[in-house]
Write a protein that binds this ligand. Structure first.
Ligand code: TXA
Ligand code: MG
Length: 324
């Protein structure tokens, strides 16, 4: 299959929407990461996403909408869900809610669960694409399953060229880590994945502390079907490094440790927003260049666990997990 690179102009947008409507797989940028899109109501198209990514079928997908009203046709909106939508949409928050009786999202996309994950992403092009489609678009991150998420169009092509119909170039992603996922389908709200909306902001909006899923600790929440090793570069990752060996690459945060010739600084000034936006590009760069230079691993300087640091640390911990 030839993968087309579509430009961010009216023609590119129209082509992307037409391809999605016809059951194709089109990657597009959101404010968080690039997603691999398909018509959420088309079983065959949704199944093709799992094949293209090599994703296990029990791991459900997020449906994307142009507006909260469109999302709440597919899932039961609780008062809290409406409040959070008002506060955070469009933006990097995903809510898990019960499917409505008339929900048109393919059961393949929700892995047969009685719930569906929904979000309204920000970004002019993303919004324009979803509005042009007029149907929900499922989109997991546009990377082969288990690998580092893409934060620009070239990252998508590096992993999926030849396996999908097109990539709509929406430029680099502003936030850089995936959406925060909150499960509102249970008695108490549960944080399934830390992400672009901080836990602090979410708890302030909810007015309660969020539960973390059973079996997880504070640093490592899990969503159903989420594998523990994820975001994995080829080189092994060593966390919370206080020194770096000459044969290691360095992912720095703040003033860089001395000793490595290959450094990517997430943020020289220790800014967590900048660090999130530079995280996946940095892991990709150090992996590729470190490999080329024969380095043995990537050492990561400590990143604080508050604010966006919680999502950054979550991704780094998974990147450092032993591979299956
Ligand atoms: O920022 C994002 O959320 C990006 C962009 C493209 O929107 N998407 C993304 O998708 O990160 P993905 O597939 O990489 O992660 C989706 C997560 C998975 O961990 C999955 O288990 C969880 O959402 N999920 C989806 N539906 C669910 C459900 N009904 N219940 C619980 N978790 C669900
Ligand atoms: Mg992903």
């Amino acid at each position: 299959m030839h993968t087309r690179l579509l430009h961010n102009d009216p023609q590119g947008l129209a082509t992307a929407a037409a391809m999605l409507r016809a059951g194709g797989l089109v990657a597009f940028g959101t404010e968080t990461v690039y997603g691999l899109g398909a018509d959420a109501g088309n079983d065959t198209a949704v199944a093709a996403i799992y094949t293209a990514k090599g994703r296990p079928g029990h791991n459900p997908l997020i449906s994307h909408f142009a507006s909260a009203d469109a999302a709440f046709e597919q899932v039961e909106a609780t008062p809290l869900a409406r409040r959070l939508a008002e506060r955070f949409w469009p933006g990097p928050l995903t809510m898990v809610l019960p499917r409505t009786a008339r929900c048109g999202i393919s059961a393949v996309a929700t892995a047969g669960l009685p719930t569906a994950a929904v979000r309204v992403p920000a970004g002019q092009t993303t919004q324009a694409l979803l509005a042009a489609c007029g149907f929900p678009v499922v989109a997991p991150s546009a990377n082969p399953s288990g690998r580092v998420s893409p934060s620009d169009a070239q990252h998508v092509l590096a992993g999926l060229d030849g396996r999908i119909d097109a990539v709509l170039d929406c430029g680099p992603c502003r936030v850089g880590v995936e959406s925060t996922i909150i499960d509102l389908s249970r008695d108490v709200p549960v944080l399934l994945r830390p992400g672009g909306i901080t836990l602090e902001a979410l708890e302030a909006a909810c007015g309660v502390m969020l539960a973390l899923p059973a079996g997880s600790n504070d640093a490592r929440p899990t969503a159903p079907g989420q594998l523990s090793s994820h975001y994995a570069p080829g080189l092994p990752v060593r966390l919370d490094a206080h020194s770096v060996a000459p044969d290691e690459a360095l992912l720095a945060f703040g003033p860089p440790l001395p000793g490595s010739a290959l450094v990517w600084n997430l943020s020289a000034t220790g800014d967590l927003h900048e660090a999130a936006a530079r995280l996946f590009a940095g892991l990709r760069f150090l992996d590729m260049e470190g490999h080329r230079r024969g380095l043995v691993g990537i050492a990561v300087q400590p990143v604080p666990g508050h604010g966006l640091g919680r999502a950054i640390r979550d991704r780094l911990i998974r990147a450092a997990c032993p591979r299956p």
